[in-house]
Design a protein around this ligand. Sequence first.
Ligand SMILES: [Zn+2]
Length: 389
Amino acid sequence: VSPGRAAAEVDRLAEGLPALLGRWCAINSGSRNLEGLAAMLAALREVAAPLAESVDEVPVAPGGPAVLDLVRRPGAEVRVLLMGHYDTVFGPEDPFRRGAPAGEDRFVGPGAADMKGGLLVLLTALAALEAAGPTGRLGWRVLVTPDEEVGSQGSAPLIAAAAAEAHVGLVFEPASGADPVRSRRGRDVLAVAVRGRAAHAGRDPGAGRSAVAALAELIGRLEALHDPARGVSLNVGRIAGGGAVNVVPDAAAAELETRSGTAADAADVRARIAATAREVAARREVAIDVRTLVACPPMPREPRRDALLEAYRERARALGVEVGAADLGGVSDGNLLAAAGLPVLDGLGVVGGGLHGPEEWVRLSSLAERARIAAELLTALDDGRLTPP
Ligand SMILES: [Zn+2]
């Protein structure tokens, strides 16, 4: 494998990327900030629209923010779905709202790596593909979503429908260190509500059924599901319940998340949580309701992804970049593509770190570096040197 014209086209396009990243990071596009999301969508559309044959904005809910949906050559023989998100975890009141260069090759800013930098990698790779004169064998669709950081519930149907029409999925979440992603665990978020019976804690404690005590017992038993060796983890992130200390409390609630490496493990964890809740409810004579708020399936290792990773690694090596493969605990829209049956490669965005924190950073030279690799991968799919696994 030797670098071709697409990589050279990236070099021609690369000069303006750091300035554009700075401008995009200065737009607050926290997942709940509708005004900021609209501003970011407009900025994104300005850069992305000239690449596409059709440009659409699809709201994720009535009055909600929109997915940017770009298509070129939809009837092509090989169809690639490229994905990113333009929301961030930083709200309009967050103290971390502006970016700034930090030394030679580094930019620190909200959403710089996750994933405004990744969006630049995605769009630059596509621009390079188109500028290099593609054969037309490859067609593409880009979805840039506004709700990834809050679970992608609104975007999920559109993502699944797009995945069903594609042959390969490419996701531009940040690399892990220098590495694209080989697997991601899945994630369930559950809400537990316990309903007991109130009573006077001094006069008539036997008449009460404490929701707080039942919830405490349930949590204690659920903690035993935590099994790092198997890639299963459980975290109770929030509890609430009770009121005055002289009243046996009749209500308590908790929110927890579980993570699992395989769909079988996820199903097993769900079943064990339900069974434990039933046991505790029966023994303590309370009602326990367990509701699923988010169910994101795992993206386990698979041979098709290994093949794509190898193809990516070869193109990276030809450009003088060594990359490995990362197994991560965090979820992305790659999980949804994988669950829809698509061979998907994730972590194709920038090299950076400090994600979701006030020091989030990007190695600026990785914008062009990663765009070159992605552009070469796309070109190989276009001219038939690489066939979708
Ligand atoms: Zn992300």
